[in-house]
Design a protein around this ligand. Structure first.
Ligand SMILES: [Zn+2]
Length: 131
């Protein structure tokens, strides 16, 4: 059966989830950086850069007075609430979404394995403390 190129393209567009299409807006670190620069709550430029490089952008506020900054990944469904600067965005990303293409491409599979191993050890430790 012959499938024309045009037909394949159209089927792909139809099957592409809306959320994925929206995320193309945030496909480069510069585009993601804009969402931080446009948000008064994100005043630490150094940390903003780290988050943008890690694949995150700032989600629009649900209401004007919202104080907690919500971050979303440009490639996977992960969303985080920014609770301060003590967390490592790459580690959290790998921990919650080890299959995210952005994390795999950026950090490599070895890093992801080490994060998952640390998480497993931490859980064993926590279980031990409870017993
Ligand atoms: Zn991701």
């Amino acid at each position: 059966m012959h499938v024309s190129h045009q037909k394949v393209t159209v089927v792909f567009a139809w099957s592409m989830p809306n959320s994925l299409a929206l995320k193309l807006k945030y496909s480069t670190p510069e585009k993601r950086m804009l969402t931080f620069n446009n948000d008064k709550r994100c005043s630490d430029e150094g940390f903003n850069r780290i988050l943008a490089d890690a694949g995150f952008y700032v989600k629009p506020k649900n209401r004007e007075q919202e104080s907690i900054v919500r971050l979303a990944c440009c490639r996977c469904p992960l969303e985080l609430r920014m609770l301060g600067q003590s967390f490592d965005p790459d580690r959290e990303h790998a921990r919650w979404f080890p299959t995210c293409a952005h994390v795999i491409h950026r950090m490599g599979i070895e890093f992801i394995h080490s994060v998952l191993e640390d998480t497993r050890k931490q859980q064993e430790h926590d279980d031990g403390v409870e017993n």
